[in-house]
Design a protein around this ligand. Structure first.
Ligand code: BDR
Ligand code: CA
Length: 316
């Protein structure tokens, strides 16, 4: 495997995505944080708490606190005031490695490129950090192996506006920079996040046999919050994976059963289409380099998720 950097905005499903990577043998080598579901400080704190839950040491580099051009938005109405839906967190959490995410990305990718190495990146928040790094140093693309993104939509259906998904809508200019770069990219768009879900009772059945422990309480609280949010929006008792879906694609690319290859651009004009991903399989907008997931093996998604809720750090 290539080394892996996780770029995250520290929301409810981000925390579970990180646990999924750790529990399934693809723990990130480093993490960069970004504003998004909550503000940057809360996002970073949530990631540090998640590392404490898993009792694992991974360097966390703090990134952008705001989008390239527009004002900050958040999704506290989805993720709760703390960004983790009030999940119980350990009293102590590790420190960050510094406030140098953009410099860290540049350095790491530059050195990888110079050494003939590639680094994979998984982005599950707004695309601001990588966009800033690419703007300052375009050559770093040659140090990127596979870029995986949870964001955008394949057929124009958004979750934040009718046309735009949150991670893109939160910084459309950054998304345009990233999708405009020459990078082999896999996208988990919003639509398959809606169609790949578990019914609530099946989630309860996964947790029921597990012995009580802080890690279980943490994941259970995240799942409960996610289910309540969906129910609150009239979606019934369902659990959607979302960011863990993208993590699963990194852990086990074979779970993808249907996808399309296209080029992707981002609508930037003000109005109802701002932040919409424009997906072009025809090649008219550029060389198709983006694989957009449409369907995946749900039983593997469930299995990878199950491993991450049962993940118990080795007692010291
Ligand atoms: C995306 O936005 C956030 O709410 C989730 O963590 C995910 O990254 C879904 O639109
Ligand atoms: Ca996220």
């Amino acid at each position: 495997h290539n080394r892996l950097i996780l770029d995250t905005d520290g929301g409810v499903d981000d925390a579970q995505a990180l646990l999924m990577l750790i529990a399934n043998g693809r723990a990130p080598d480093a993490i960069t944080t970004v504003f998004g579901n909550v503000g940057l400080d809360a996002a970073t704190r949530n990631i540090l708490s998640t590392l404490a839950v898993a009792d694992i040491d991974i360097p966390v580099h703090v990134g952008a606190e705001r989008p390239l051009t527009q004002p900050v938005i958040d999704a506290k109405y989805i993720h709760g005031e703390d960004g983790l839906g009030g999940a119980p967190r350990p009293a102590h959490a590790p420190q960050t490695a510094g406030i140098d995410a953009i410099g860290f990305l540049r350095r790491t990718l530059r050195e990888a490129a110079a050494g003939g190495e590639k680094v994979d990146i998984l982005m599950i928040g707004p695309l601001t950090n990588l966009a800033l790094a690419l703007r300052l140093e375009a050559n770093i693309v040659s140090g990127i192996g596979q870029l995986t993104i949870m964001g955008g939509s394949v057929y124009g259906r958004g979750n934040t506006t009718p046309a735009a998904e949150f991670n893109i809508y939160a910084d459309p200019e950054a998304a345009a920079v990233v999708f405009g770069a020459d990078i082999e990219t896999v996208v988990v768009p919003w639509e398959p996040c809606v169609t790949h879900y578990m019914v609530g009772a099946d989630v309860d059945a996964l947790f029921a046999p597990l012995p009580e422990c802080p890690a279980k309480a943490f994941s259970q609280a995240l799942a409960r919050h996610a289910r309540q949010t969906i129910a609150g929006y009239g979606g019934g008792d369902a659990f959607r994976f979302v960011d863990p879906f993208a993590a699963a694609v990194v852990i086990e690319p074979e779970i993808i059963t249907k996808s399309i290859t296209a080029s992707v651009d981002v609508a930037l004009a003000p109005g109802i289409t701002r932040g919409m991903t424009v997906v072009d399989p025809s090649g008219r907008l550029g060389t198709p380099m983006v694989t957009l997931v449409e369907e995946a093996r749900i039983e593997r998604l469930v299995a990878l998720y199950q491993a991450s809720i049962a993940y118990a750090p080795t007692p010291r």
